[in-house]
Design a protein around this ligand. Structure first.
Ligand SMILES: *Cc1c(COP(=O)(O)O)cnc(C)c1O
Length: 393
């Protein structure tokens, strides 16, 4: 029975490879950090979502160990049967305090938070108005929900307004957007989205995965950046990026919304509870965020420095208010050459081209971290200059 299917898969895989889209894993032999070990060779890492450099933080490792000693390794249950410890409630409270929201519900990942947020809340009578560049997990979550779907061009407020007008016939309207769009590094215009939401009687959902811990002076995300703390109905986020880089997701926002998710959200009801080690480290991480702003300050300094220096060297960088810097190369093949040569120089960056970004918009995405020292940033900039010379002559 498998023979035919095997041939089918072999052909599809060959097609993926021929199109240059085959994904290979690069094996890291060290903890995640600014400097990593690959095939015994030290490299500088500029493509992790490790924005605050916490992925190998000794305090978080200790907090995870302590929590495992005190509360065990695993929960072996979903939350509502017997999978909820005091630690889970503490972490949910810390997240709500951090974002200035009313309540929080934890998930195994933000992919699950987004997969389980729309379907329990909205029906065919309602509308979801979604940014065209939203993350795959928002797209999948919207697909699982019966609400009518509207899509607006990325951060295009005229288009959003037109779609809100179309959706006036629906009972409830929910605008869904990423906080930071991961390909360009742009922050969603939440001030304008919020105004339109008020004008057209809509609610707002923001996925803070790339913005939480990063955007805003104290890293409280886009609601801090736009002075809208506590004003947005639904925020989702991950513990897998700036917040330590482990795993875990959450939805935080209005009390009744979170309560309904605890009753009806399928990834919460039918998937295992977060393990105590992850929860204990999460609690310590949010305490660190309130004790000091040093990591945010360093990240913002690093990002400003990198963008300024790259512009001085005449690289074409998209404007960014996040830790993502898109260095525009435009030509797809050339972007792959840049990424490969950067790796030869010991710098890990990712090249993106169509279909991940629009045709003719190929780029190298550089992700800055608070773990980077000035000399790391300088090495990366020097490598860019050297590679440009080799490629452009
Ligand atoms: C990374 C990411 C996710 C998924 O987060 P996980 O916790 O790794 O599942 C969801 N949404 C956005 C916008 C992301 O960038």
């Amino acid at each position: 029975m498998y023979d035919k299917f095997q041939k089918h898969l072999q052909k599809e895989l060959a097609d993926i490879e021929a199109a240059g889209l085959y994904k290979n894993e690069r094996i890291i032999e060290s903890p995640q950090g600014a400097e990593i070990l690959v095939k015994g060779k030290k490299c500088l890492n500029f493509c992790a979502n490790n924005y605050l450099g916490l992925a190998d933080n000794p305090e978080l490792i200790k907090a995870a160990k302590d929590a495992m000693d005190a509360r065990g390794f695993g929960m072996a249950s979903v939350r509502f049967i017997c999978g909820c410890q005091d630690l889970h409630k503490q972490l949910e409270k810390k997240i709500a305090d951090f974002f200035g929201t009313e309540d929080t519900i934890l998930y195994a990942a933000c992919f699950d938070a987004n997969g389980g947020v729309f379907e329990p809340l909205l029906t065919e009578e309602d509308a979801i108005i979604s940014d065209s560049l939203n993350h795959a997990s928002i797209i999948d979550g919207v697909r699982l929900c019966k609400a009518q779907r509207f899509r607006y061009a990325n951060a295009d407020m005229a288009d959003l307004e037109a779609k809100l007008q179309e959706a006036q016939k629906c009972r409830f309207r929910l605008i869904a957007t990423d906080g930071v769009f991961s390909m360009d590094g742009n922050v969603c215009p939440l001030d304008k989205i919020y105004e339109l939401a008020k004008k057209y009687d809509a609610m707002v959902m923001v996925d803070e995965s790339h913005s939480a811990g990063v955007v805003g002076k104290t890293g409280r995300g886009v609601t801090e950046r736009y002075n809208l703390r506590g004003q947005i109905e639904i925020l989702t986020g991950t513990l897998g990026k700036a917040f330590g880089g482990g795993v875990g997701g959450f939805t935080t926002g209005k009390k009744e919304i979170i309560d309904m998710l605890r009753q009806r959200s399928r990834p919460y009801l039918f998937s295992n509870s977060l393990a105590p080690g992850l929860v204990g480290a999460g609690i310590r991480m949010f305490d660190m965020m309130t004790e000091t702003n040093a990591l945010q300050d360093k990240l913002h300094e690093n990002t400003d420095y990198f963008l300024r220096r790259m512009k001085e060297e005449n690289f074409d960088c998209l404007p960014s208010e996040s830790a993502i810097c898109a260095v525009m190369i435009y030509d797809a093949a050339k972007s792959q050459k840049y990424a490969a040569k950067m790796q030869e120089e010991g710098i890990f960056v990712t090249g993106f081209y169509y279909p991940v970004v629009p045709k003719g918009q190929a780029r190298i995405r550089v992700q800055i971290s608070a773990a980077h020292e000035r000399e790391h940033l300088d090495k990366c900039i020097e490598a860019f200059k050297k590679v440009r010379k080799e490629i452009e002559g």
